[in-house]
Design a protein around this ligand. Structure first.
Ligand code: PMP
Length: 354
């Protein structure tokens, strides 16, 4: 039986994407060869890369606006240093909203001065700082749009003329935003796109080439742009599967359509968390993530029963991150409303039986 997969990442992908990806592993485009045993420079694979890049820009509504899409390796963690390597000459500003922002700050400090413009560390990252000023003398301002571990999400981004860099690893393609307010967006594939191994980078070309340091080729966005993401062998399976997911999303009606479903899923789960006295949400209500809902039992003694009931119902992956504890239900694009319904049923059954 297929499980209800609430895993935080790697995580659920659309069933039809898994089906097509597994077919291509055996016989890609009826070639009699596997997708992963052909040259990445073959016509068929170059077409995959072009399509994936083009779909990413199209879905974000960034086509014809000076942006390039790249599929790189090293995960979002590599982007923590690559953004700074390419963009930080003197000073960068960071909004610290959790573990991943913290890691990005640590890497950037190797390249220049870093100002933590605001942080929500004082309350264990259960909220998003607001009403702050972005200093005018920064090379760029870095944000994490969705905090996968703590379950918070930025709903309003600051208005600033400083280039904005955003780690969207855990909520890209999940909600409509004016993506042109960002100058660089990055996201590991393993949430809303595909398997781990590819990282999407969408960068506005005119912010590049402004630092004086020499940049090693593999870490230089300009090199990857000039080679159309084929400077070295790309992670072909991850790119192909990402392409399939982006096609799935486009056929569904794009970000607008998925956002409506994502809102329904989040409303259903958060209203159960708020109404059921056995549960308490972790994040401040105004800053709750529609992708990762973090919550705790109000009576830890119920943990054994709740876990057993979840297992019985085929619910997978709701344990909280090891640094936070409690529970975290991740509701990425491919998770159905029915799966959220199954979790909510277990939560209300627990209340009825308690
Ligand atoms: N940023 C965010 C918001 C994340 O959720 C993660 C991984 N869960 C990362 C960065 C790190 O990604 P990776 O493991 O691809 O380096």
């Amino acid at each position: 039986m297929k499980k209800h997969n609430f895993s935080a990442g790697p995580c659920i992908l659309p069933q039809e994407v898994l089906q097509k990806a597994s077919e291509a592993l055996l016989n890609f485009n009826d070639s009699g060869l596997s997708l992963i045993e052909i040259s990445h420079r073959s016509k068929d694979f170059v077409e995959v890369m072009d399509t994936a890049q083009s779909l990413a820009l199209e879905l974000l509504d960034l086509k014809g606006k000076g942006y390039k899409a790249l599929f790189l390796q090293g995960g979002a963690s590599m982007q923590f240093l690559m953004t700074a390597y390419n963009l930080l000459e003197n000073k960068a500003g960071y909004l610290n909203t959790g573990t991943w922002s913290d890691k990005a700050i640590k890497e950037a400090k190797l390249f220049g001065e870093v100002v933590e413009v605001r942080s929500s560390k004082d309350k264990k990252f259960n909220y998003i700082p607001k009403n702050y000023m972005v200093p005018a003398d920064l090379d760029y301002f870095h944000l994490t749009s969705n905090n996968t571990i703590f379950g918070t999400q930025i709903k309003e981004f600051p208005k600033t003329k400083i280039p904005m860099v955003c780690d969207m690893s855990s909520d890209i393609f999940s909600r409509k935003l004016d993506f042109s307010q960002f100058d660089l967006i990055y996201a590991g594939a393993q949430k809303n796109m595909g398997p781990a191994g590819a990282t999407l980078v969408v960068v506005k070309e005119d912010i590049l080439g402004k630092v004086t340091r020499q940049i090693p080729s593999m870490l230089d966005y300009k090199v990857h742009i000039s080679k159309e993401s084929m400077f070295n062998t790309p992670p072909v399976f991850a790119v192909y599967t990402s392409m399939l997911t982006l096609q799935w999303l486009k056929n569904l009606g794009g970000i607008e359509a998925i956002e409506e479903i994502n809102n329904k899923k989040a409303q259903l789960l958060y209203s159960e968390i708020d109404l059921n006295p056995l549960f308490k949400g972790y994040a401040e209500k105004a800053d709750r993530s529609n992708m990762n809902a973090t919550f705790n039992l109000t009576d830890e003694k119920l943990k054994g029963s709740f876990d057993a009931m979840c297992k019985e119902a085929g619910i997978n992956g709701i344990n909280g991150h090891r640094s936070v504890g409690g529970y975290r239900a991740s509701m990425y694009n491919a998770l159905s409303l029915d799966s959220v319904g199954a979790l909510v049923d277990v939560m209300s059954d627990l209340e009825r039986n308690a």
